[in-house]
Write a protein that binds this ligand. Sequence first.
Ligand code: NDP
Length: 274
Amino acid sequence: MTQMLSLSDGRQIPQLGFGLWQVPASSTAETTATALRLGYRLVDGAAIYGNEEGQGEGIRRSGLPREDIFVTTKVWNSDQGFDKALRAAESSLKRLRLTHVDLLLVHWPCPSKDLYLETWRALIRLKEDGKALSIGVSNFQEPHLERIIGETGVTPVLNQVEINPRLQQSALRAFHARHGIVTQSWTPLGQGLSFDAAPVQAAARRTGRTPAQVVLRWHIQIGASVIPRSTREAGLLENLALFDFSLTEGEMAAIASLDTGERCGPDPARFEMS
Ligand code: NDP
């Protein structure tokens, strides 16, 4: 159903998944089970989303073998530091009721805390202990990546960052490519702010797809892993149908021209919320 991307540690990740931010805890199990039944195989969660119990329950409810599902969670900012991150990961596994996750991420660098290097060392330990099969980061910028790679010699397999047609992060993506880091796009629909743009509308007309599908297909064709969220079954299905059409080079170039550098979310260099 979905293509796989290779991770630098030899494992693979589905290119398309679904995200659980702001999915109510009370309906997360149902949303997760539905998405998995529809064909998704990657579920992106985080401790701070407050719905890891539902994420784990949905995985069990889907009836799929655990090894067929790629499970991500993240260590929150207030849990940064070596010992705290180890404990936080254990707590996530307890809430998920899983023995391991497929991917564990440091959620934000929080540079002014200056704990992301120690946190990364904890993730290296968690991988050695089999609690996380792969480890990566989120919202890291080049200096943060350079520092953790330089200090530990361990390169994150993936960096999950905000990307949409208005915020294309070309320089960071080029850095990722040089280091074998998979780019994963969060808030990939960019709050729909590019849906009305002429290049998106033109591609939607030509392909007979929705603007959301055109934008998600753009993520696929730039080589990113993408994790849209929908709490509607119709939305989940729409976002899954990305592999039976493609955008032309001209359409990709036209969408590339929409880059304004405007963020939907916070600036990782300053974001410290604990
Ligand atoms: P998305 O870009 O996935 O957009 C979600 C919104 O778009 C919802 O309001 C949804 O509404 C709507 N939507 C979904 N599909 C469609 C469609 N086909 N047509 C029109 N509207 C649609 O935003 P998110 O911010 O949720 O980002 C995705 C995931 O990325 C998160 O869930 C989370 O897992 C991750 N993330 C990670 C962050 C990080 O710091 N690492 C930060 C933010 C997000 P409806 O439910 O009604 O369909």
